[in-house]
Design a protein around this ligand. Structure first.
Ligand code: R5P
Length: 291
């Protein structure tokens, strides 16, 4: 069981065979409690089955990240275009209007910063997530990193909270400096999150074999955008991820660091919810940006 070498390689992914959805629109979720489904139904659009989550939690490890120096000025004008927001409780309380009405994926783990060893994290108190009406708890999970065991324990604790309070757990896969973002690694990290009780998982897109990562993860996957790319490339990335089975994006820098964040988030919505091809979405971006 614990052999790391010499195992038969996983290969029967059933690509193209849709998993049975049962009585709910998201895969792997039909046996969950009503409250979990209710919150997932606020994060994901039941019509498209997808979500555009706007992530701006970067400051919790990076400080005043470019584009997030003033969240009140850069992020608040984008809220109307997001299906869900992902941030820390500090930024939520200080800078996000309580009347915005957007479901919250709360950054629920905290610890070290980019100045030291990342991912040595603890969890916040569940009572605070309940007070904030969080629709998801989002702990960092660093598979293969120095703090792997600690972060998996944090995830398992969140899954206990999901079972008790019906707040979904979003497993956030971290990629350490020395780990590659290939399908083998991402497949392992996302599957470990799902096996330990994540309701849905956030990970990164990879060009080779991403459909295998999606197929082997029994719950929905959303992708992070990663470092800022030219707008056309970021739209292409979102398109390829959705085409390979991702159920949405949890995107930050490629939106709030864009030349025109308002146009970019709407173009991303075009890809995620309306099935726009990258070129069409880019045209939408240009049209909105020039006005
Ligand atoms: C992930 O752990 C970070 O906290 C961000 O939420 C995530 O990486 C998404 O942002 P970006 O699209 O900028 O990568």
């Amino acid at each position: 069981m614990a052999d790391a070498e010499g195992n038969i390689e996983a290969k029967n992914y059933g690509i193209g065979i849709e998993p049975e959805r049962g009585n709910f629109f998201l895969k792997g979720c039909s046996n969950l409690d009503w409250g979990v489904k209710y919150r997932l139904g606020r994060i994901f659009n039941p019509k498209s089955g997808n979500t555009v989550m706007l992530a701006f939690d970067h400051g919790y490890i990076m400080g005043p990240t470019s584009g997030l120096e003033r969240v009140d000025l850069s992020i608040v004008p984008l809220l109307e275009f997001a299906d869900c927001i992902m941030c820390t409780r500090g930024m939520l309380r200080s800078s996000i209007p309580a009347e915005c009405g957007k479901p919250l994926a709360l950054r629920f783990s905290a610890g070290s910063t980019i100045l030291t060893e990342l991912n040595d994290e603890c969890l916040a108190a569940i009572e605070d997530a309940i007070k904030l009406d969080a629709c998801a708890l989002a702990p960092m999970v660093a598979i293969g990193g120095e703090f792997e065991a600690k972060t998996v324990k944090n995830l398992a604790r969140c899954a206990d909270f999901t079972a008790k309070y019906s707040i979904p757990t979003l497993g956030v896969t971290a990629v350490g400096k020395n780990l590659s973002r290939d399908s083998r690694y991402l497949g392992l990290a996302t599957r470990v999150c799902a096996e330990n009780g994540a309701t849905f998982v956030k990970t990164y897109y990879c060009d080779e074999g991403f459909e295998k990562v999606v197929a082997a993860c029994p719950v929905p996957i959303v992708i992070a955008g990663g470092k800022k790319l030219p707008e056309a490339e970021a739209l292409e990335l979102a398109y390829k991820a959705i085409s390979s089975g991702a159920r949405g994006v949890d995107m930050g820098r490629n939106i709030f660091q864009s030349e025109c964040p308002k146009a970019m988030i709407q173009a991303v919505r075009g890809v995620v919810h309306e099935g726009m091809k990258p070129a069409e979405a880019m045209e939408l971006y240009r049209d909105i940006a020039k006005n």
